[in-house]
Design a binder for this molecule. Structure first.
Ligand code: ADP
Ligand code: MG
Length: 696
């Protein structure tokens, strides 16, 4: 249970003064739904206004604060005209211009004959100074507030920095002093102040220097988060260790048959990974292993070995994939690899309904189905297994830890293998997968042809289309990817649909068939499009990023990526990995719209120069935030709010060691410091891990 002291921070944003439903909605979209989300929304700028005693030498465009004497109010001649408040700065007139102002309110805040400090951008109008809608009006006794720099926050349409700053201040005002969870020795050594003071300071930068991730206050907050993260991972790991696993030892009958049936020899990396898994399974403790391998490195056959060992031991295996397409494709691949082995593979997704679903559930419950592949439909309550022993989770970062645990709970002492095609830099491995053992497939299966990667400006799209026509005439299959950042983005969706019809028109005359697939199509339509492209009914597949993960069409050899500048590096690498799987020489065209930002240029160049997923992942981490490397930002899973593994790498190792020490000495967090550490876990929303603690 969340400690009551945190309740105000987890109240809805609309509980703050000045946040009505409309603003709450905008904030929700930009930041999150709760007060705590606002606390983590850190400033990106600090603008100091120019303090002026007179307007001599002033320049239009300056953001100033000046002391004025109010002379009088001149309402607009018509309701559409502004009210002008005449004021004097010393002996220089200055007009304060208000559109749609309520006269009474204006007269109260700027009373005739009164003295006020006003701030805003100086303008010249018909030879006189004016400020339109001053952003600051203060009585002279509050002069100090005008000296403070204006804090700039990341914004969304409809919100101003001023409003955000005011709302953040309101949030800080209700932020309680929390018990200190950090070790006093560490605080002293690093020169860190308490959490609340650090938070207030971070939201009140005096200048650019205070915005760096390396200030003591930002480092303190980052370290809090990293410690919460490492504690959470440690708790999950401990919990896992304490749970009885089971010993799964196969008799080799299926694996031997598979070895002789496989059309290829396993790579050294695959053999090593399988040995790791076999050893884990044979131990009485639970397996929790991460299988990392670049696209096309051959993870599926490794997973199949894990599943077969379970079946040899008389149990069932499950494979959970993030999308319907992937689940079906995995099932097809497994079935193909299995050939005539006596293993029954079934697929369960959200699409299965009624009688068909009942029949599937019965097969799973009776043990008639040996390998069960599916989406998160697998963790629904109605699904029960006869005896699930090994669970493989594909593309883990799309699932939360909670889902992984839920699948493991479908059996007794289930061994879990997590697969990811996003190679993960070492620092991130620590922060995101610290609870897992890891195996790397760092060796590609033989016979891959390198992919020639080129960048092309969008104004040469005609040449790209002509190139596609030539490639198809030469027997190639072509992916044409359009960006779709969010499945709900109508504009992007329209762009993909439009590209499909434009290409159909341009290429149709030459007998080239173009298919379309995107996330909003009905499942049956998606299947039909995939089947057409996999078979011989379509030569070009226009796709949004639904094809990003896993999709396997070995004879596709050309990849065109439109608006490549809008994709992340890891994502581009994943997409490119869709080609270069067969014998044909493959190519990838990164079509970009000029002008390119500095980072976008660096991204595209990295991709052109390297084909090594692990190297690309390190570059990606250096170029962008960690959340993006892991893909969490897109999928909205809880990532890091303050800590940035690129900037706070040194703190990660300290946090890991400290968490280990804490859990070693006090595994259930019962010591006096522990109460504060619990608050920390809940503050950073590591609730699932915190719940693993005994009540206390
Ligand atoms: P990943 O899931 O890691 O992206 P897959 O498991 O889909 O990769 O494998 C990609 C392709 O390589 C598949 O067609 C698979 O049959 C093939 N493959 C896997 N291992 C080997 C190997 N050792 N030698 C040759 N081909 C392999
Ligand atoms: Mg795969």
């Amino acid at each position: 249970m969340r400690p009551p002291i945190l309740f105000p921070l987890f109240a809805p944003l609309s509980s703050l003064p000045g946040v009505g439903p409309k603003i709450a909605q905008l904030l929700n979209r930009l930041i999150g739904a709760e007060v705590v989300d606002l606390l983590w929304h850190l400033p990106v700028g600090a603008v100091r206004r120019i303090w002026r005693d007179s307007l001599n030498g002033a320049v239009a465009g300056e953001v100033v604060a000046v002391t004025v004497t109010i002379e009088g109010h001149l309402p607009g001649a018509s309701p559409r005209r502004p009210t002008r408040v005449r004021a004097m700065v010393g002996s220089t007139p200055l007009s304060l211009v208000y559109f749609n102002a309520r006269g009474a309110w204006l007269e109260a805040s700027l009373p005739e004959g009164g003295t006020r400090i006003v701030g805003g951008k100086l303008e010249q109008f018909q030879g006189e100074w004016q400020i339109t809608h001053p952003d600051l009006v203060l009585t002279p006794d509050r002069a100090a507030e005008a000296q403070r720099p204006e804090v700039i926050y990341p914004l969304t349409a409809g919100l101003t920095s001023r409003l955000l700053a005011r709302t953040v201040q309101a949030a800080l005002a209700i932020t309680p002093e929390l018990p200190e969870w950090q070790d006093p020795t560490l605080l002293a050594r690093e020169g860190w102040r308490g959490w609340r003071q650090a938070l207030i300071a971070v939201h009140g930068p005096e200048g650019e220097r205070d915005l760096s991730p390396h200030t003591p206050d930002r480092r303190r907050l980052a370290y809090d988060e990293l410690l919460a993260n490492q504690l959470a991972l440690g708790l999950v790991r401990e919990h896992n260790r304490r749970q009885a696993g089971r010993t799964i030892i196969g008799d080799g009958r299926l694996i031997e048959r598979l070895a002789s049936a496989l059309p290829f020899a396993l790579t050294g990396a695959q053999i090593r990974a399988i040995a790791d898994i076999r050893a884990d399974l044979s131990q009485p403790r639970r397996m929790l292993r991460l299988l990392q391998g670049d696209v096309g490195s051959g993870k599926t056959v490794v997973a199949l070995h894990a599943l077969l060992i379970a079946i040899e031991a008389g149990c069932q295996g499950a494979l959970m994939a993030p999308t319907e397409i992937l689940a079906r494709q995995h099932a097809a691949t497994l079935t193909r690899l299995l050939g005539d082995l006596p293993v029954r593979v079934v697929v369960l997704t959200g699409r299965d309904k009624g009688k068909a679903r009942e029949a599937l559930l019965a097969e799973i419950a009776s043990g008639h189905a040996n390998i069960i592949v599916g989406t998160h439909a697998l963790i629904q309550e109605s699904v029960s297994f006869q005896d699930l022993a090994v669970a493989v989770v594909d593309e883990q970062h799309r699932f939360g830890v909670a889902q992984r645990l839920a699948l493991a709970q479908k059996g007794r002492g289930v061994d879990v293998l997590v697969m990811t095609a996003t190679p993960i830099p070492r620092t991130l491995l620590m922060t995101s997968y610290g609870d897992l053992d890891a195996s790397r497939l760092d060796e590609k299966p033989p016979g891959r042809t390198p992919i020639a990667t080129r960048t092309v400006a969008a104004d040469r799209l005609d040449e790209v289309v002509a190139g596609v026509a030539r490639a198809v005439a030469g027997g190639a299959k072509v992916y044409w990817v359009c960006p779709l950042v969010e499945e709900t983005d109508e504009l992007d969706l329209a762009a993909a649909v439009e590209r499909h019809s434009a290409l159909s028109e341009a290429l149709g005359a030459q007998g080239i068939r173009v298919a379309l697939i995107h996330g909003r199509m009905k499942p049956t339509e998606k299947d039909a499009a995939m089947a057409a492209f996999q078979g011989s009914d379509a030569d070009v597949l226009v796709a949004t990023t639904v094809i990003e993960v896993g999709v396997d069409v070995p004879d596709a050899s050309v990849m065109v990526i439109e608006h490549a500048e809008r994709f992340g590096l890891a994502q581009l690498h994943q997409l490119r990995g869709r080609v270069g799987r067969g014998q044909a020489a493959s190519s990838c065209l990164l079509v970009y719209s000029a002008p390119l930002s500095e980072t976008a240029r660096a991204r595209l160049q990295t991709l052109r120069d390297s084909d090594d997923g692990f190297a690309i992942a390190e570059a990606d981490l250096a170029l962008r935030g960690a959340g993006e490397v892991l893909g969490t930002r897109q999928s909205g899973l809880p990532g890091f709010r303050v800590a940035d593994p690129a900037a706070h790498g040194d703190l990660i190792a300290i946090a890991r060691d400290e968490a280990a020490l804490i859990l070693n000495r006090d595994p259930d967090l019962t010591s006096p410091r522990a109460a504060a550490l619990r608050v920390l876990l809940y503050l950073f929303e590591r609730d699932a891990a915190a719940r693993l603690l005994r009540a206390g």
